[in-house]
Design a protein around this ligand. Structure first.
Ligand SMILES: Nc1ncnc2c1ncn2[C@@H]1O[C@H](COP(=O)(O)OP(=O)(O)O)[C@@H](O)[C@H]1O
Ligand SMILES: [Mg+2]
Length: 364
């Protein structure tokens, strides 16, 4: 493998995945004088609008993967449901950051929770459920309300069913499609927060301020910074993220979603899930921080020193889902707001079309 020297401007970052996260990573890379080559299967790939080059091919196309690996200087991903075999194939040819392990862990809710538990991080009560009979056994043990989730491929609340009474079990099993799943106790959280931290190739870490996240129909609606939590609780949250990043030998941005139970300094933090990539709850960093999550991720992947994640503004990020983005002209005219649109060809209900960051001078 190549040396650990930082990749100079002019180098090419390969990005697996062509969605809005890849698009915003590509724009950050461009500002650093780096070029981007997107690899994504056919479909709506808005990242390709802003990248130097793109390979549109299946995840299991060895010739296309081979050529892609040869054309780039380092590879990263904006999407965690890339087959592990694809990641391994590429990692054998070019440096892949974050690595295969972070990807493999984040793809499977059971792996994530077991990793957290091994690191002594509190998690909601959970059980692996591989069949309808195992669901009954897990429900008998854990009770209701609980929530059944597919182990793999779930996002934006998809592949999940809330179980409020034992009579809901059949419907829940159908909703998740009868695939390997995990049953979790329903957490009576007071709020949800996330940790957004970057870890560099030298092991240094830099965390953004902790946002407070509200969801609507399982999809992130708003991220508000600062979160209404004491600094000591935010520091405990960041420490959880640092433990996970160190354990995974993670290089790049890592997001950790957490439930806050209770209030004030005595509140408990429960692990929900990780994303080994830039994260929707970090989209406010573009307009409220000196260096945003996208640049921070590219810096880590390219072996640069991490940037200054300091926040200069208070901010509320609001996702524009489906028809929300039809109000683009009004949103674009709002003072103290910055509109981001993803350039997706087709709007559908539940689809992330853009976001808006509403900024105020920082109060504390
Ligand atoms: N165990 C739980 N208790 C309470 N709420 C939950 C639980 N699991 C998920 N949720 C709610 O559903 C949202 C989406 O679930 P999550 O596990 O994060 O899946 P996704 O991959 O779709 O983001 C969470 O942000 C939270 O609001
Ligand atoms: Mg989530």
């Amino acid at each position: 493998m190549a040396s650990d020297a930082p990749l100079p401007p002019g180098s090419v970052i390969g990005i697996l995945g062509g969605g809005q996260l890849g698009r915003m990573l590509a724009m950050a890379a461009a500002e650093m004088g780096l070029a981007v080559h997107i690899y994504a299967p056919p479909g709506d790939n808005p990242a390709t609008d802003v990248a130097r080059s793109a390979t549109i091919a299946a995840w299991d196309d060895p010739a296309a993967l081979e050529a892609f690996a040869a054309a780039v200087d380092v590879i990263t991903y904006e999407f965690e449901n890339i087959p592990v075999t694809t990641a391994e194939f590429l990692a054998a040819r070019k440096r892949l950051r974050p690595g295969v392990r972070a990807l493999a862990v984040a793809q499977d809710r059971l792996n994530e929770k077991e990793l957290a538990r091994r690191l002594d991080i509190a998690v909601p009560e959970f059980a692996a459920v591989a069949s309808r009979t195992e669901l009954d056994a897990a429900l008998a043990r854990m009770g209701v309300p609980s929530i059944l989730k597919t182990r793999r491929l779930g996002y934006d609340g998809k592949g999940q069913a809330v179980i409020r009474s034992f009579a809901d079990a059949d419907a829940a099993w159908v909703t998740v499609g009868g695939v390997p799943a995990i049953l979790e106790a329903m957490v009576p959280f007071t709020r949800e927060v996330s940790v957004l931290l970057a870890r560099g190739a030298d092991g240094a870490t830099a965390a953004f301020d902790v946002p407070e996240n509200r969801h609507r129909s399982g999809i992130l609606d708003t991220s508000t910074v600062p979160a209404a939590i004491p600094p000591a609780l935010a520091a405990r949250a960041v420490a959880i993220g640092e433990r996970i990043a160190a354990e995974l030998d993670h290089i790049g941005l890592l997001a950790v979603e957490l439930f806050v139970v209770g209030d004030g300094n005595g509140a408990a933090l429960l692990f929900n899930e990780i994303a080994p990539r830039v994260h929707n709850s970090g989209h406010w960093t573009t307009d409220a921080c000196l260096v945003a999550q996208f640049e921070q991720h590219i810096r880590a992947v390219a072996g640069w020193r991490l940037g200054d994640p300091r926040r200069h503004s208070d901010v509320v990020m609001t996702n524009l889902i489906g028809a929300d983005a039809d109000a683009w002209a009004t949103l674009a005219a709002e003072p103290d707001a910055r509109l981001h649109l993803y350039g997706k060809a087709e709007s559908r209900p539940g689809r992330k079309m853009g976001h808006v960051n509403r900024i105020r001078p920082r109060r504390a």
